[in-house]
Write a protein that binds this ligand. Structure first.
Ligand SMILES: Cc1ncc(COP(=O)(O)O)c(C=O)c1O
Length: 390
């Protein structure tokens, strides 16, 4: 019955693990889950109220597939504030979360067999989406000594005649690492020298920089000349704590945005009208909430870093942004006679009821990713249980 294609479908491992943890919790088990990449604080009140108001005001019908004009307008203002680039409303498309927007981008850009260069560690869904769109993921494992950032030399060496897209995620899930302006300049020079290369930047964490400035550097800030072949993806999920509202967008060259919007219109149609209305209000009014969130995340990052670093055999990468810790557990794997982080994560879940995401999912089986969008009680509890195990 199933198509050849369907045989390759894999559910998102992170969502699956989170669901497993929830199932265990629902059965009454004392589970600590540090898996899922979403804020543990509510959607800001002003945005939630705007959603309720939208329902009462009857904003409950189909919208243009690329998003309502006020939202596209608000997005152009936000993008201008964040990365200093001006876009017209027809250079913006809105859809059901950044995830689907990225997929629409692949659909708009990839011919069969085209390669997408993905620096690893990388967000697990990229490679699956490239394959579903008929392309070939080409994963390059970056080096720990470079804090998992791709160098200009590495980028140059990995672009081939088949490379159609460079997929760039800064701040990065799972490492929490962001590139500096100087590092971006180096990459931009290589990209400039390859005029057929398109770039998708996944900027979903760029308002959650732990730096004083609070906003991560962007490649278009150092190389505005690349504007015509960079597609910037962002959304409401992380900085606005609106994961369930499913609003993401892309800004970029008109022809690509138009193709993405056409693809959206024939597949998901428009995204939720209610969520779009709430997003307009959130983008315009929640900057103070985001500032508070960043301060909270800075404190949590410091706390979680210290806590997990105190575990024997754990080496924790200090994050620049977002809410993840990327932890090398190789010595612990040796000690426990395990080969992969996947085996470690299974043992930890089954025997100690702590759920983490194995690095295998992100391209490196010597690592685990934990999310510190969690309470201190959960962080402390997880550390205590892991210490007992290792
Ligand atoms: C790097 C990265 N990009 C995109 C997304 C998807 O975001 P959205 O909820 O907007 O689909 C995630 C979610 O975890 C992510 O980590």
């Amino acid at each position: 019955m199933l198509s050849e294609k369907a045989k390759c479908f894999r559910p998102s491992p992170t969502l699956e693990l989170a669901a497993k943890a929830k199932e265990m919790k629902d059965r009454g088990e004392d589970v600590i889950s540090l898996t899922v990449g979403e804020p543990d604080w509510p959607t800001y009140k002003i945005a939630a109220d705007a959603g309720v108001k939208a329902i009462h005001d009857g904003k409950t019908k189909y919208t243009p597939p690329q998003g309502i004009p006020p939202l596209r307008q608000a997005i152009t203002g936000l993008v201008k504030d964040l990365i200093g680039v001006s876009y017209a409303a027809n250079e913006v498309t809105v859809s059901c979360g950044a995830k689907f927007v990225i997929f629409a981008g692949f659909q708009a850009l990839l011919n069969p067999g085209d390669e997408v260069l993905i620096p690893a560690p990388f967000w697990a869904s990229y490679s699956e989406m490239v394959e579903l769109a008929g392309g070939k993921p080409k994963v390059y494992l970056t080096k720990v000594e470079n804090r998992f950032k791709m160098t200009p030399q590495e980028l140059k060496e990995n672009i081939t005649s088949k490379t159609k897209i460079f997929l760039f995620n800064s701040p990065c899930n799972p490492t929490g690492i962001e590139y500096s302006f100087d590092e971006l300049k180096g990459l931009a020079e290589v990209i400039t020298a390859h005029p057929k290369l398109a770039v998708i930047t996944d900027d979903i964490y760029n308002q959650l920089s732990l730096s004083e400035k609070g906003i991560s550097p962007h490649i278009l800030q150092v190389a505005p000349n690349l504007r015509d072949r960079v597609i910037c993806v962002n959304g409401m999920s992380k900085a606005y704590s609106m994961t369930g509202w499913r609003i993401g967008w892309a800004t970029g060259p008109k022809d690509v945005i138009h193709a993405m919007a056409s693809y959206q219109s024939q597949t998901v149609g428009s995204s939720s009208s209610i969520a779009q209305e709430a997003s307009v209000v959130a983008i315009k009014n929640c900057q103070q909430d985001i500032i508070k969130t960043r301060q909270e995340l800075r404190e949590r990052a410091a706390y979680a870093y210290e806590a997990f670093s105190s575990i024997d055999g754990f080496t924790v990468l200090k994050p620049d942004a977002a809410f993840y810790l990327w932890i090398n557990i190789k010595p612990v794997l040796h000690k426990l006679n395990l080969n992969t982080a996947q085996q470690f994560a299974a043992k930890l879940m089954n025997e100690h009821k702590v759920v983490v995401v194995p690095g295998d999912e992100f391209g490196d089986s010597n690592y685990i990713r934990i999310s510190f969008a969690a309470t201190r009680k959960d962080i402390d509890g997880a550390v205590e249980r892991i210490k007992k195990m290792s």
